[in-house]
Design a protein around this ligand. Structure first.
Ligand SMILES: Nc1ncnc2c1ncn2[C@@H]1O[C@H](CO)[C@@H](NC(=O)[C@@H](N)CO)[C@H]1O
Length: 143
């Protein structure tokens, strides 16, 4: 899984057209002081508890470091050329959302899977406000 973390003063997303047969309810939303997780599920990623806990731990660690009051899991199919199939990707992201929500003290949101979306973001711009990660199921985390 490839992720881009942006610590945003403000983040809003607006659902547009469907982009996949596999999709969630089309719910738009917004969050303030949010760690936004642009997440691309890659071929070989699995909805395995251990794999997802490893990712969730890193997300929550960074959210606490930057003192974010919310986290947004944002399905984003543009950070890798090795995309997982939509069915698997949706399951991995929904499970990641559940793990993060069960372990983070603040609000956790998930933008809907399977749509084109408009978004507005105001990045804080401090040294930890833009980070990227690559996670592999065998547990190796590549910075
Ligand atoms: N491997 C994958 N990882 C993460 N998200 C994925 C995915 N495969 C499909 N999606 C979702 O379906 C929309 C169309 O590709 C995707 N939509 C988007 O990526 C929007 N930000 C608009 O581009 C996304 O919701």
């Amino acid at each position: 899984m490839r992720v881009l973390y942006i610590h945003a003063e403000r983040f809003t997303w607006d659902v547009k057209d469907p982009a996949s047969d596999i999709r969630d309810e089309p719910i738009s939303g917004k969050a303030n002081n949010a760690l936004v997780i642009f997440a691309t599920v890659e071929r070989g990623d699995i909805p395995d508890e251990g794999f997802l806990r490893q990712i969730a731990r890193d997300i929550i660690d960074v959210a606490n470091k930057v003192k974010a009051s919310s986290i947004v899991i944002y399905p984003y199919a543009h950070l890798s050329s090795e995309l997982a199939r939509p069915y698997v990707a949706r399951e991995v992201l929904n499970k990641l959302y559940e793990v993060v929500k069960s372990e983070f003290h603040g609000e956790v949101y998930k933008a809907p899977f399977g749509y084109y979306k408009a978004f507005e973001i105001k990045c804080f711009g401090h040294p930890l406000s833009e980070l990227s990660r690559s996670f592999k199921p065998e547990g190796a985390k590549v910075e």
